[in-house]
Design a protein around this ligand. Structure first.
Ligand SMILES: [Zn+2]
Length: 241
């Protein structure tokens, strides 16, 4: 994975104060609006779609982004299908944000004055992959995964909004990539600060799970009141923790 995508994703996380692996749709919409971008579902924006001259063929997509440049000012319009599952909606909207921040565009409306336009045909496979990689790093930052020692697609799928297929692609990509950590070291530190509470909670959960799996705390045939014993020791250690 390019360190540039990672940097852009981490800048986005830090700037917008994202601090967990399951950003809500409301939070995401708030972020989009506070960045001055527009977001609408296809189903609720017939007039806008007409005004932007988006052809019907483009409306079959799960999402798309238009960029208009008027007198040098860029204006972005993100559209998404309203009947997608919640997790998929989050993924698609972040994918479109990826296109904006990585400077590619899924689709472009007819120029009003001096519009720069990259349409569907020129959005390359490489750009689609880059936008997906941006989503992976936003929904499950690799620095935090490293910190929590999370390495498998199953774990990523469990703790984030990434489905199993994307989690698997992400893990493969992370194995392939050889990013020089020095390049993102400052951002990594800021990111860990952002996710401090999340890391604390995850570590506690992991620790609780580990304790439950520890033989001494499992049911023992020697102890008559094993449940009491186990829960006593367990609660004692958890209190210490
Ligand atoms: Zn795309």
């Amino acid at each position: 994975m390019s360190s540039n995508i990672k940097k852009i994703a981490y800048d986005f996380i830090i700037k917008n104060k994202i601090n967990n692996f399951k950003i809500s749709l409301d939070e995401l919409i708030h972020i989009i609006e506070s960045n001055g971008w527009n977001i609408n579902s296809f189903q609720d924006s017939h007039e806008l779609i007409e005004k932007l001259h988006i052809p019907n063929t483009a409306l079959n997509k799960k999402g798309l982004t238009c960029m208009l440049t008027t007198k040098g000012n860029r204006e972005y319009f993100i559209f998404y299908k309203s009947n997608l599952a919640y997790e998929e909606k989050i993924f698609i909207i972040l994918h479109e944000i990826g296109h904006i921040l990585l400077n590619h565009f899924d689709y472009c409306a007819v120029p009003i004055i001096d519009s720069v336009c990259i349409n569907d045909d020129t959005t390359t496979k490489a750009q689609e992959k880059e936008a997906d990689l941006f989503v992976y790093e936003v929904l499950a930052p690799s620095s935090i995964l490293n910190y929590l020692n999370i390495t498998t697609a199953e774990e990523i799928n469990n703790i984030s909004y990434l489905d199993f297929e994307n989690s698997l692609r992400y893990v493969t990509e992370l194995h392939k990539s050889k990013i020089n950590d020095n390049e993102t070291m400052v951002l990594n530190k800021l990111l860990i600060k952002n996710y401090k509470e999340y890391i604390k909670t995850s570590n506690k959960l992991k620790f609780k799970h580990m304790l439950k799996e520890t033989p001494i705390l499992k049911k023992s045939s020697i102890c008559i009141n094993d449940c009491f014993c186990s829960s006593f020791i367990y609660n004692f250690i958890i209190t210490l923790f």
